[in-house]
Design a protein around this ligand. Structure first.
Ligand SMILES: CCC1=C(C)/C(=C/C2=NC(=C\c3[nH]c(/C=C4\NC(=O)[C@H](C)[C@H]4CC)c(C)c3CCC(=O)O)/C(CCC(=O)O)=C2C)NC1=O
Length: 161
C-alpha cells in the first residue's frame, strides 16, 4: 500500500533528487487536507451501517436484483451484497485517508471482476449502489470531503467496469 507521502518520495528517490516544487505542492495539499480527511473518516466509521443501508434503499431495493431470480435474492446473497458494500466503503475510507488508491487495487479490486462475473453478480447494479453510497456519504461529510471520497468510490467503479 502507498500513500500520498510515499508516492511523492518514491518518485523523487527513483530520480535521486530532492522534492521539486510540484512534489512539495502535492505534499502541502495533502497536509492541508489532513484534518478534513480524519474528520470524514470518523463520521463515516460512526455511520457506516446507515450509509450502506440508505444506499441500498436508494439503488437496489425493489429492483430486479432483489426479486426471485435476482442475484441478491435469498438472505444469504442479500447479506453477501451488504457485506461487499461495507468492504467498498471501508476500503474507500482507507484510500481517502492515505490520499492514494493503491490499497483498492491490492485488497479489493484484485480478481473481483472475475469473481463477480463467475457468480453472476451484476456489475451495473453494483456500480449503482456504489454511486448511491457516494451521494449518501457526501451528504454526511460535506461537499469537500465528499468529493475526495468520490474519487475512491469512482476508482472502484472503474476497476469493476
Ligand atoms: C475485502 C475484499 C473482498 C471483496 C470485495 C469480496 C467480494 C466478494 N463478493 C462475493 C459474493 C457476492 N457478492 C454479492 C453482491 C451483490 N449482488 C448483487 O446483486 C448486488 C448488486 C451486489 C451488492 C452490491 C453477492 C450476492 C454475492 C454472493 C453470490 C453467490 O454466492 O451466489 C464473493 C464470493 C465469495 C463469498 O460469497 O463470500 C467475494 C469474494 N470479498 C472480499 O474479501
Amino acid at each position: 500500500m502507498q500513500d500520498a507521502i510515499t508516492a511523492v518520495i518514491n518518485s523523487a528517490d527513483v530520480q535521486g533528487k530532492y522534492l521539486d516544487a510540484n512534489a512539495i505542492q502535492k505534499l502541502k495539499n495533502y497536509f492541508q487536507s489532513g484534518a478534513l480527511r480524519v474528520r470524514a473518516a470518523s463520521i463515516i466509521s460512526a455511520n457506516a451501517a446507515n450509509i450502506v443501508k440508505e444506499a441500498v434503499a436508494k439503488s437496489l431495493l425493489y429492483s430486479d436484483v432483489t426479486r426471485p431470480g435476482g442475484n441478491m435474492y435469498t438472505t444469504r446473497r442479500y447479506a453477501a451484497c451488504i457485506r461487499d458494500l461495507d468492504y467498498f466503503l471501508r476500503y474507500a475510507t482507507y484510500a481517502m485517508l492515505a490520499g492514494d488508491p493503491s490499497i483498492l487495487d491490492e485488497r479489493v479490486l484484485n480478481g473481483l471482476k472475475e469473481t463477480y462475473n463467475s457468480l453472476g453478480v451484476p456489475i451495473s447494479s453494483t456500480v449503482q449502489a456504489i454511486q448511491a453510497m457516494k451521494e449518501v456519504t457526501a451528504s454526511l461529510v460535506g461537499a469537500e470531503a465528499g468529493k475526495e471520497m468520490g474519487v475512491y468510490f469512482d476508482y472502484i467503479c472503474s476497476g469493476l467496469s
